[in-house]
Design a protein around this ligand. Structure first.
Ligand code: ACM
Length: 559
């Protein structure tokens, strides 16, 4: 195991568990106190900021917002962000816009000359007004996001309330702060995806990797190939006769726009050449076969028509998603590509190109599809298997997932690939998060909140090529997650911990303080009816059973 993390026996966690109830009690006593005084202590105020900002300095004055805040926005690009903020704080405050030259209560300013890093912001709260400065619109959004957390906490509907004065100067540790959701195994739909995007935005997470195709189902409308959804979107992991469920292109556009309003980019994944069974049920003429366990698992790399077919599909996908990268999967092809050796067209490809083994065929396929993406103005992203495919490192990005293969990560970095760290342990959220849990995966370990919080610090000092590490990402695979309740339970509070791991610099991180703040996040989850796991009191939130279907036995216990 390369990440030698402290585990459940950790004294902080034990301590946190026993004092969990006490913390919650203190939190409510504090709320009572705050509601009487109209002003809050700085310690309590610190607890509401998620993820923890890198520099926070409070002073002793206060800003009284009254019933409405006037906003002065400099620059048209910020108008939309200001409108979004107005909607988000509307339960607490009205927002009015003032014209240029008039001093508002809240000033948003893009200043390319400040020394703030990309996505960074400065939020200054003075007795006379609030100023947010950033070099780019993301920074303004994140500054408003922190302000929203302060407003939400300080707001009191019964009396005049105030926001303490001070300055937050903040910027993310990593530029890639991602979440992957697998909607092939189980489909969750628009409302659930929008809630996840809302919560990602709350946590300043900025990349949503959408795993849309795999063995059980194909989930995105492709107009040139309608059977992909007519046939390919039927079924899921629990039930192969589940009715067709997929996103229309109109819905995809809506989700992409919804995410963009929250400064989140969506990276679609169309998995190939393996994990293609659903597509191959719809268009078997492009199948490269599989095996009894994984029927029709691969696309056929020997057929010219396969490349034209996939290029057309990817052109439609590329037109829907403005992201720089499209994720091609590329994982686990060896699971079921042995039929390639019997396929006359693959054999003639091998002869023609002088390939000696199936790895070379796999890399040829990836190279061709990657070239097709480049012609569309897109770069290639893929799981860590593609790091040895010889793709241009300027045009490709690697997602390191095999935690038991650190050499693959080092190799990808040595070859100059930008890389996102998403190792199974601790960042696959289909793994259990507590020793008493039984429905999720384990693999000589699992990913608890502590492990997530400390990632990747324990391995960081020894890692070469850090500049190429774009960031970290949780992956929510859904073989064992069929319901919203279970999705929430497996995600929270681990994703809150990951947001701080992704955003906050190691010097400013503290798991002990994170645990002190956690009861506040629980109140927030409760308001949204999110069925999180309470790590202070596991028995109070029992693990939701997996909604077992015909595949239950097969998947109950995989190491
Ligand atoms: C993966 O978990 N197969 C990327």
């Amino acid at each position: 195991m390369i990440f030698d993390l402290e585990r459940e026996s950790n004294p902080i966690l034990q301590y946190a568990k026993t004092r969990g109830l006490r913390l919650i009690l203190i939190f409510f006593i504090f709320l009572l106190f705050a509601s009487c005084s109209g002003k809050v202590s700085h310690d309590e105020l610190n607890k509401v900021l998620i993820p923890w900002p890198n520099e926070v300095v409070w002073d002793d004055d206060a800003f009284y917002p009254g019933e409405a805040l006037s906003i002065q926005v400099t620059g048209a690009r910020l108008e939309e962000i200001a409108d979004h903020f107005a909607t988000e704080v509307s339960p607490y405050l009205g927002i009015t816009k003032v014209s240029k030259g008039v001093q508002g209560d809240l000033t948003l300013k893009l200043d390319p000359l400040t020394d703030l890093p990309k996505e960074g912001y400065r939020l200054e709260i003075t007795a006379d007004g609030i100023h947010i400065t950033a070099t780019g619109q993301e920074g303004i959004y994140y500054g408003l996001n922190s302000l929203k957390q302060l407003i939400r906490f300080n707001y009191n509907k019964d009396q005049a309330w105030a926001i303490p004065t001070g300055t937050i100067r903040d910027a993310p540790r990593f530029s890639w702060r991602g979440v992957m959701l697998d909607e092939s195994r189980h489909f969750f739909g628009m409302e659930q995806v929008k809630q996840l995007l809302d919560l990602m935005a709350e946590h300043k997470l900025n990349k949503f990797h959408w795993h849309l195709t795999d063995e059980p189902a194909w989930r995105i409308e492709i107009q040139a190939y309608p059977r992909l959804t007519e046939i390919g979107s039927r079924g899921d992991w629990s039930n192969s006769s589940q009715e067709a469920k997929f996103y229309t292109q109109e819905q995809v556009r809506e989700i992409v726009q919804y995410a963009a309003q929250r400064q989140i980019e969506i990276i679609p994944e169309i998995d190939m050449p393996g994990h293609a069974s659903a597509a191959n049920r719809a268009y078997p003429e492009f199948s490269g076969g599989g095996n009894p366990e994984h029927p029709g698992f691969t696309f056929n790399p020997g057929k010219e028509g396969t490349y034209a077919y996939l290029t057309t599909i990817l052109e439609e996908v590329a037109a829907l998603f403005p992201s720089e990268y499209i994720h091609l999967g590329g994982d686990e092809v060896h699971f079921a590509n042995q039929q390639w050796l019997q396929d006359p067209e693959v054999r003639s490809l091998m002869e023609r190109e002088g390939f000696e083994n199936l790895k070379e065929v796999e890399y040829y396929f990836l190279q061709r599809i990657s070239d097709a993406l480049r012609a569309m103005g897109k770069k290639t992203a893929g799981w860590d298997e593609i790091a040895s495919a010889g793709l241009d490192h300027h045009e490709s990005m690697i997602f390191w997932w095999r935690h038991d293969k650190p050499g693959v990560l080092h190799d990808a970095l040595d070859r100059g690939y930008k890389t996102v760290l998403c190792p199974r342990i601790p960042l696959y959220f289909d793994f259990i998060q507590h020793p008493t849990h039984q429905y999720g995966r384990t693999w000589k370990g699992f990913g608890d909140t502590l492990g997530v919080y400390h990632f990747p610090d324990s391995a960081w000092s020894g890692l070469g090529g850090k500049d190429l590490v774009m960031g970290i990402q949780s992956c929510i695979w859904t073989e064992r997650i069929a319901t919203k309740e279970r999705l929430d339970f497996m995600t929270w509070p681990r994703l809150t911990a990951m947001s701080e791991a992704a955003w906050t610099q190691p010097e400013a991180k503290s798991y002990e303080r994170f645990l002190e703040r956690l009861p506040h996040f629980y109140v927030f989850y409760d308001k949204l009816q999110i069925a999180y796991f309470d790590l202070f009191d596991p028995e109070s939130t029992p693990e939701p059973v997996w909604n077992d279907g015909p595949n239950w036995q097969q998947n109950h216990n995989t190491e």
